[in-house]
Write a protein that binds this ligand. Structure first.
Ligand SMILES: *[C@@H]1O[C@H](CO)[C@@H](O)[C@H](O)[C@H]1NC(C)=O
Ligand SMILES: *[C@@H]1O[C@H](CO)[C@@H](O)[C@H](O)[C@H]1NC(C)=O
Ligand SMILES: *[C@@H]1O[C@H](CO)[C@@H](O)[C@H](O)[C@H]1NC(C)=O
Length: 284
């Protein structure tokens, strides 16, 4: 599923998106990408130095809540972070930020190893995130002294309770903590609707893939456009972005959009929304 070919394809696809096709950049918004789930994607420094991306989500803090000691897993990019093995990634994060790129820690992901069990549990997780990744006392945290720009919620399990509390607690530390959420496209999202309903997210990037009822498929743009319209009209957030697979390998259940269809048929429609924030790419 993951190969050097896929990583190269993803970069090519992203480049196509970022290059000016007409008088303005094709995406007309921020281009975001996930990093950390595929060793073949290259280093974080390479990702940032490519000059393509405005936001990078470090994925994932895959274990948290329910009294567990939180853990990150960056798929072999760094070894034992508990013994300081990932502080080099922290230095790369600082490099990215010097280039003007926002770097977020993405919590959750595709394994069922996280939960929030109570308001107190949400407060504990907020405290952990603040102390280790945001402005608390990061030097002792898994990524060393880097101070990240915010938190991305990629919650794919559970009923979503207490994630609204987590959202409030993070913004209570500092209004400038940038918060994003990555719901799947069927509306409302089963796991993130409670959190998104707070209206506190700066950007919601909707995953328009792996869900045939609301993704692009073989020439048909109706499902994705209808779903986009539902999200834009129903969601209180700073921005809504188009979450897409960077290659067909990245979404086993479909949703990959050829660059020409995206640029000529889909972006011109979604960009008409005041809420349009840009494009998010998933590449693992
Ligand atoms: C929303 O997206 C626009 C276009 O990318 C950007 O200028 C603006 O800063 C974004 N707002 C937030 C809250 O991220
Ligand atoms: C920061 O973390 C270090 C290492 O765990 C600890 O010794 C220090 O007391 C902490 N500082 C604050 C202000 O919490
Ligand atoms: C937690 O969320 C619930 C449901 O939205 C809300 O009623 C409660 O006030 C929140 N608790 C705190 C401490 O923010």
């Amino acid at each position: 599923m993951t190969s050097k070919f896929t990583a190269a394809m993803a970069i090519l696809f992203a480049l196509l998106l970022a290059l000016p096709q007409t008088s303005e950049a094709a995406t007309g918004g921020a281009l975001a990408v996930y990093w950390g789930q595929n060793l073949d994607e290259g280093s974080l420094t390479d990702t940032c130095a490519s000059g393509i991306y405005d936001i990078v989500n470090i994925a994932f803090l895959y274990k948290f809540g329910g009294g567990q000691t939180p853990e990150i897993n960056l798929a072999g990019h760094c070894g034992s972070w508990t013994s300081g093995g990932c502080t080099g990634v922290g230095q790369e994060i600082s490099y990215c930020q010097q280039l003007g790129i926002k770097v977020l820690i993405s919590i959750g992901g595709g394994t069922d190893t996280y939960t929030l069990t109570s308001v107190e549990d949400a407060q504990d997780v907020a405290d952990y995130l603040w102390t280790n990744f945001l402005d608390g006392n990061t030097s002792a945290g898994p990524l060393g002294a880097a101070i990240l720009d915010g938190v991305d919620f990629d919650i794919e399990f559970g009923d979503g309770q207490y994630y609204d509390n987590l959202t409030y607690f993070l913004k209570a530390y500092d209004q400038n903590v940038y918060l994003t959420a990555a719901p799947q496209c069927p509306y409302p999202d089963a796991h993130l609707n409670i959190a998104i309903s707070t209206g506190l997210f700066d950007t919601v990037w909707v995953q328009f893939y792996n869900n045939p009822q609301c993704q692009y498929s073989s020439g048909n743009i109706d499902n994705i456009i209808n779903s986009w319209n539902t999200w834009v009209s129903s969601t209180t957030a700073g921005n809504i972005s188009l979450g897409l697979p960077a290659s067909s390998d990245a979404a086993p259940s479909g949703g990959f959009i050829p660059a020409d269809v995206l640029i000529n048929q889909i972006l011109p429609v979604v960009k008409q929304s005041d809420k349009y924030g840009g494009v998010m790419l998933w590449s693992s």
